[in-house]
Design a protein around this ligand. Sequence first.
Ligand code: NAP
Length: 347
Amino acid sequence: MSQILITGGTGFLASTLIDILLSRGHNIITTVRSAEKASQVQSIRPDIPPHRLIIKIVPDISLLSAFDSAVVNDPPLTGVIHTASPFHYSIDNIKKDMLDPAVNGTIGILSSVQKYAPTVKKVVITSSFAAMWNPHKPAGSKYSEKDWNNVSWEEAVSPANAQGQAGYRTSKALAEREAWGFMEREKPSFGLTVMNPSLIFGPVVPGSLRNLGEVNTSNTRIRDFVAGKFREKCPATGSAFWVDVRDAAMAHAVALEKGEVTDGKRYFLTAGAFCNREIVEVLGEEFPEVKGGLPEGGEALRDGEYPEGGPKYGFDNSASVGDLGLVYRGLRESVRDTVVTLRGVPE
Ligand code: NAP
C-alpha cells in the first residue's frame, strides 16, 4: 500500500487531489498549518478511516527544516506531492510573504525527503504556468514545457515586484528552478516530476471552505461575477490559459503512479486559452438568474475580450495528453460545476 505525503492539505487543488488519491487506493499523509485546519480536513471525510488520512502540522514552510519530521512515517512514505505555496496578490514583504515559503518550502521538502525518507521513489511538485511565462514571447507562438520564466533573484526581491501578479509569478519560477537545481546538484535516490498548471477553475470539495471569503485566488473571479461585482465593467482576463481542478489533480496522481516514466519531466497543464467574456457567457446561459449582475454589451465587456484576432498565444499540451492520458474538460463544465459547489458554501 502506498503512503503519499501531500503538503498543503487545506488547499483548493490539494483537497481534490486528496480525494482522487484516496479513491485510487493510496493512503494519505497531509500537512496543514494548525490543529483547527487538521480537524477540518479530517471532518469533511467522515468515511475515511484515520489510518488512511493522517494529518501533520507544519506551521511555517519557510523554514528549511519544516518538513523534517513530517516525512518520517510508519509505514514509511513512498511518494510526496508538494502543493503548499502562497497564491495571492496582496503582498507586504515580497521575500517573507512569497519567496521564502515558495522557494524554501520547495528546497525544504526535497532535502527532508533526501535526508529522512529514503523509501520515497517519487516527488511531484506543483509549479505553475507562472514558471513558464515569458513577457518577450512573440504573439502567435505556442507555449509548451520548453518555456521558462527567466526572472532573476535581483528582480524578484525588488519592491516593484510585489505589485499585481509579479510576486506570485516569480515565487513559482524561482521555486521550480531551485527544485531542478537541487536534483542536478544532489542526485537524490528519488525522481522529480513538475506540474505546470495554468489558471485553475473548478468545483471545491464540499466542506473545505468555511465561507465564500476563503475561495482560493483563481476561483474568486467566478465567485465575484456571480455576486454581481463586475456588472458595470468586466475585469481584464489577466491569464492566457486555464485548466479544471479535477484534470490538474488527476495529472498529479497519474504522474506519481507512473513512476520513472515521468521522472525528470515538467508538464504544462491546460485545456486551452480563455477570456473573461467566455466565462460571462457561460454564467448567463447556465444560470439565467444571475444574468442581471453580469456585465453586458460591448463597452462593459471590452476588457474581458480576447485581443483582436483571438488568443494571443497558442499552446501545446500534448505531453500531458500523451504521458498522463488527460482528457481535458471544457470551460462550460468547469464554470458550471464551480458555481454549483460555491452555492453550498456559507456566505
Ligand atoms: P490555495 O487554495 O491557496 O492553497 C494553497 C495551500 O498552500 C494551502 O494549503 C495553504 O495553507 C498553503 N500555504 C500557502 N502559503 C503557505 C505558507 N506560507 N505556509 C504554509 N502553507 C502555506 O491554492 P491552490 O489554488 O490550491 O494552489 C495550490 C498550488 O497550485 C500552489 O502551489 C499554486 O502555486 C499552484 N497553482 C495554482 C493555480 C491556480 O490557478 N489555483 C495555478 C497554477 C499553479 P492555508 O490553507 O493554511 O493557507
